[in-house]
Every structure is written in C-alpha cells, then in structure tokens.
Design a protein. Sequence first.
Length: 326
Amino acid sequence: MTAPSVTAVVTAHDRREFLARAVRSALDGGADEVVVVRNFSGPIEGCEGRYRDVPCDIPDTGEKEARGVEASTSDVVGFLDDDDEWEPAKVPRIREVFGRDPGVVYFVHCQRPIDRDGQPVTAVHPEIQGKDPARFAQVDRGDLQRLVDEVWPGNNSSTVVRRGWALEWVGSLRSAGWACDLFWFVAALLSGRELELSGETLVRLRLHERNMSQTRGATPEEFRRRHGESSARFARAYDVLTALARVRRGPTAPMTRFLAEGAVAFHFFADLEGGVRPRSAAWRVLWHGPGLRQRGVVGSALVALVTPAGARRLLYRASERRWRLG
C-alpha cells in the first residue's frame, strides 16, 4: 500500500478569528501541504513559512475550493473551513483510505461540534445528529433523498477527494458556487466511482454566531438577511446539480427529482425572505417542491399564501429550535 500525499485546502473569506487554529490543526496533523485560499493577507500566527497563500476575492466557496484543488500538488485534497479544526487522526486515516484502494475518489466522515472557544457541545440539528454512514452500502446510490436524510454526514471540513478526479469537476463546482459538500458527494455518485463514508469524528465543527448555518445571536431581521442570502446560494447550487443529474441520470431519475425539488424550495425561501413575490413562490413550491417529505417547507408555503410576514416569523423560530445547543 502506497501512502498518498495529502493537501489541506483551507478556505476563508473576511473571517480571521479562527484561521490560525484551523491551519495549525492541519499542519500538526501531518498534512504534506496546506493551501490557504482567502481574500485577505497577513501572516498566520504560528504557521509562518508552512503554508501557501492563494488569493481569491470571490466569496463563493466553490471558487475557493476549485482554486485550492488546482493549486495543490498532492494526490489527495481535504477541505477545511477557516473556523473548524482537523483531529490529529484525520491525515493518517486519509492516507489509509486512499492508499488502500486507488479507485476511491471521495471520503467523508462525521464531526464533533464545539463552541467558539473549542469546547465540545451537543447540537441537535439533524445535519449533525441522526446519520449512520455505516448504512451506505445498504442504500440505493440513486436514492439521494434517503442518503442525505439518513446516511451522509456531509460537511465541507469532512470532505476529502482524490485530486486527479476532482480536477474533472472544478468547472461545475465554480458554477454551483455553494453547497460544496453536497456537490462533491453528488459528483462522486454521478461518476460511478468508489466512495467511503465513515462514522468516525475526524473534525471539530465550530458553531458560533458568525456561522451562516445557524441563528444563535441573530435578531429576526439579521436572520432574514442571512437566511435569504444562504437560500439564494443553495438554490443556485441545486440548479447546477439538477442539470448535472439530468444529463447523467435522466430527467425522471429519483436523484434528479430530489435535487430539482430542493432547488424550488430554496428559491421559495430566498424569495420569501427577500420579499420577491412570496405568494407566487409559495404556489410554486406547493406544486413543484418536495411535498410532504419536507413538512416544514410545505407549512411555510401555506402560511406564506396568507401572510408572508407570518411565514418569516415561523422560519426564524424553527431555526432557533433546530440549532439549539444541549
């Protein structure tokens, strides 16, 4: 077994506070190369001379990850958000997975939530809890809904790809712009290549008030802005993924339908939060969205038909519940 070389691609935009801890975690864990893709400059404390900078003023995570893959000189690339940290066991595990089977192009694992100070916390959000990667072999790879709901523990900082394969997909990644963790998973499934999903917790996932994925510390108006921005980003990514699935699997394939319905739902949230014909967006999601499989989406759309402002309030309260810490 030949141990492959490993690059950590650390992506950052504006946020500096946690970057040094992220970079040091990859260096201390044994990464052969650390590439930092960011829109600001300046030395990273404790890491001087041990990483390469790649400038990128574009905020899209997809653009940043694409530039990182292109700049890497290693066999394998692992992504790391600037506010997360790799566990010491991660790089040796990457070498084992990709060295054991040259056909593996994608590896993902679970995360351990921490607070802004690095202390472990319990998060009840379904994106973090309730996933069982060990069941991957038992689920139809075309059933993306079930994989996402029950199996896939996706997160940017948990995603590792083989560089040679990833280079084939960077153009589409740039077009998607966001939802990069799901992008790489879908790309691997569409490729028909080997994937490995693991229940190991090999990254520390930092939850804090400046993380777009949750609402702790946000006022209702701040949440409306954040949620509108993130929904528009996800809608764009789902549109691109839908087009890729349509070409490779066909327009009626379960994966294509799941992604298309997700795109409709995210467009609805973006229009609702932005006040862009929210009732029309609600009708679209009721006719073409995910239906009762996502009761929260349907419920929000029904309320929005009567009172868009009321639907916004419900979304804010639901997000507070979903991202509460134990």
